[in-house]
Write a protein that binds this ligand. Structure first.
Ligand code: E4P
Length: 227
């Protein structure tokens, strides 16, 4: 399972890239609102210059025409083929959204259908030709359902029907969500930095490192030349 970072913060991306496990980034208007100073365009171009893989930028129009026009503007922010290949237009799961996804996909533009909460919504996004679909696991939990169980149904629906859309487990709140997504065979999980950092931690790893340090010191002491 690939790991994307769920953030618009350049500092967070810099830190997460140093871990050697992050291959893409997803942003949304809420994540953008936490950044100050730079414009949407500047932030997206900066992020695209940092990460090796897909970078999702979300449209805010509610009608397909407006979404397509915003998408074409974003895609035109750089004339490099690499940017055009990796910039991914995030489109909400509505009938206007699937209409925009269909058109963008026919123009060879990568899309990420966001705010997916049910297997039927996921199926519609796949039918429209979304490159990625993003089920919101944490927000499904918030609604009183089991987000990972719904994700399981979505993975099963996509694989059973032979859809090629890649599944991004989104709205990840804790390492158990990451565990569930990986065990279900999701293509990608998009993870906030704080959760990604938690994923590395295990007290047995810390205890193991301390024990190896102590034993290595003992071994080195035993190697010292005898007086
Ligand atoms: C990613 O694509 C989503 O926008 C994001 O994961 C939403 O997460 P949240 O539910 O924690 O806001």
């Amino acid at each position: 399972m690939q790991i994307f970072l769920d953030t618009a913060s350049v500092e967070e991306i810099k830190k997460a890239l140093s871990f050697g496990v992050v291959s893409g980034v997803t942003t949304n208007p809420t994540l953008m609102s936490r950044e100050s100073g730079a414009s949407f365009k500047d932030i997206i171009l900066k992020i695209a210059g940092m990460v090796p893989g897909p970078v999702s930028a979300e449209v805010t129009a509610h009608d397909a025409k407006g979404m397509i026009s915003q998408a074409m503007e974003i895609v035109g922010w750089s004339d490099s083929d690499d940017f055009r290949d990796r910039i991914t237009i995030k489109v909400p799961m509505t009938s206007e959204g699937t209409s925009a996804i269909k058109e963008l996909s026919s123009r060879g533009i990568s899309t990420n259908c966001t705010l997916v909460f049910t297997p039927v919504q996921a199926m519609l996004a796949c039918e429209a030709g979304a490159t990625f679909i993003s089920p919101f696991v944490g927000r499904i939990d918030d609604s009183g359902l089991d987000g990972t169980a719904v994700l399981k149904d979505i993975v099963s629906m996509v694989r059973t029907n032979g859809y090629v859309s890649q599944i991004i487990a989104a709205s990840i709140r804790h390492p158990a969500h990451v565990y569930g997504a990986a065990m279900l065979g999701c293509d990608i999980a998009t993870i906030p930095l704080v959760v990604l950092e938690q994923c590395f931690k295990n007290p047995l790893t810390d205890i193991g490192i301390r024990k190896f340090d102590e034993d290595w010191k003992k071994f080195q002491a035993s190697q010292a030349p005898k007086a």
